[in-house]
Design a protein around this ligand. Structure first.
Ligand code: ZN
Length: 76
């Protein structure tokens, strides 16, 4: 399932939830219906380049948070 960003207008906080695309999640704190955030719209075909550049920058800074554990260099 995809991970989406949601915002609770009642609590004024944002959270990430794994939801089905047609689900209407509610705030775990107050029970209000959450608004799905459409953050970081990416042009078709652009996401791979964005991820690649983010990974290059992260690697140059000495961390690998953008990598899956299986993709990280051994010994780190
Ligand atoms: Zn809430």
């Amino acid at each position: 399932m995809p991970l989406f960003d949601f915002h609770c207008s009642a609590c004024n906080k944002s959270l990430e939830l794994l939801v089905k695309s047609d689900a209407k999640p509610v705030c775990p704190d107050c029970g209000a219906e959450l608004a799905k955030l459409v953050s970081c719209p990416v042009a078709p075909g652009g996401s791979a380049a964005i991820i690649a550049s983010a990974r290059r920058r992260a690697a140059s800074e000495g961390h690998f948070s953008n990598y899956k554990p299986s993709e990280r260099p051994r010994g780190k």
